[in-house]
Design a protein around this ligand. Structure first.
Ligand code: ADP
Ligand code: MG
Length: 339
């Protein structure tokens, strides 16, 4: 018997917006696979191509070249069939603020063809499931951001999809609401066997939530695996140091880079990060060299690699830097800011 198809397959997806000099190559050959019943993260800075990928997988946009399938079904040729299998929560809110939570859910169910009775009973189950039964009678526009986000997710589940796409689900939420939504998302995969693909530009979110992830940069996957695999594959350690004087940053980078055993060095404001083969062995020399150069440190530490280091290694710049550049380009994050 052939192995069951993956829940999601993206094969060499390419997509360019605009023409000639103004062309934006949003996707440049992006591939990944997601196993059923798992949470998969597409992690990338603003403008990396995450939403474009999700729009293609949810049949809202077509790739120029490449293929994608959901449970073996082609998203271009059999888009209606794919739409029955999937739920989608876009970066922008999808609920109606002047309807109650319950009304939003029931309407969503009716759009998907459920009877009024079935829609009401499914809505009640989902409201209960997300702890929204009591506020469910109030206008959704009066709810907190975290509750509204849960409502969007509940709406996407009304027709019992097998695969759920969440585009930046926690952008704009406060840390507590973010943690709560993380718990809900993890539960959906664990308890309901749902496959969840989420996009995020929060390293911490991908690290916490995704069983496997693909790091996306400039329209392609630069690294994929479990968060642990990605960090372990990098080997070595990271030295992080805080400078007393931010104006020392450039000089400190030069000094550090010339020390044997020290690899890529990045500075962000008054913070320095350096990849080293063996943190404990290299640290004394690093401290002595910086001191000799008259560069004072406010803090210093050795840590195992983070996803930020993984990104830096594969993309050649730090995640935060890429995120800011991406956000400044063509309003790529405008949707997120509106949340
Ligand atoms: P992400 O979701 O990772 O922030 P997007 O997929 O939204 O990235 O965007 C990838 C690139 O494509 C960005 O440079 C963005 O400005 C551009 N882009 C996205 N949608 C459009 C569009 N409809 N028209 C033109 N350019 C677009
Ligand atoms: Mg996006």
């Amino acid at each position: 018997m052939p192995a069951p198809a993956p829940a999601i397959e993206a094969v060499e997806l390419a997509k360019t917006y605009g023409k000639a000099a103004r062309a934006v190559h949003a996707l440049t050959g992006l591939s990944f696979t997601v196993e059923p019943g798992t949470v998969f993260g597409l992690l990338g800075p603003n403008g990396a191509g995450k939403s474009t990928t999700v729009r293609i997988l949810t049949t809202l946009s077509r790739p120029d070249t490449g293929e994608a399938r959901v449970h073996g079904i082609d998203v271009v040729r059999q888009s209606a069939k794919v739409r029955q299998l999937i739920g989608y929560v876009s970066q922008k809110p999808g609920f109606d603020p002047v309807a109650t939570g319950l009304e939003n859910l029931v309407l969503q169910g009716r759009i998907h063809g459920a009877s009024a009775r079935d829609a009401r009973s499914r809505a009640a189950v989902l409201l209960d499931r997300f702890g929204l039964t009591e506020p469910g009678r109030r206008l959704a526009g009066t709810w907190s951001g975290g509750m509204q986000r849960k409502l969007d997710v509940a709406m996407s589940l009304m027709h019992r999809p097998r695969v759920l796409f969440l585009d930046e689900p926690t952008t704009g939420l406060d840390p507590e609401a973010r943690r709560e939504l993380w718990a809900e998302i993890a539960r959906l995969a664990r308890a309901d066997g749902l496959t969840v693909l989420l996009t995020t530009h929060y390293l911490e979110e991908a690290d916490h939530l995704a069983a496997r992830l693909a790091i996306v940069d400039a329209g392609r996957v630069v690294a994929a695996g479990t968060p642990d695999e990605l960090k372990t594959a990098l080997g070595g350690d990271t030295i992080r140091a805080g400078l007393v004087r931010q104006s020392d940053a450039d000089r400190a980078r030069g000094v550090l880079g010339s020390i044997p055993g020290v690899g890529a060095v990045v500075t962000e404001g008054g913070a320095l990060q350096a990849r080293v083969s063996d943190g404990a062995a290299v640290l004394p020399g690093v401290l002595a060299t910086l001191e000799a150069a008259g560069i004072e440190l406010a803090s210093v530490g050795v840590a195992r690699p983070s996803l930020d280091d993984v990104y830096l290694h594969h993309a050649g710049r730090s995640f935060g830097e890429a995120d800011r550049i991406g956000a400044g380009r063509a309003g790529a994050d405008r949707e997120a800011v509106l949340l």
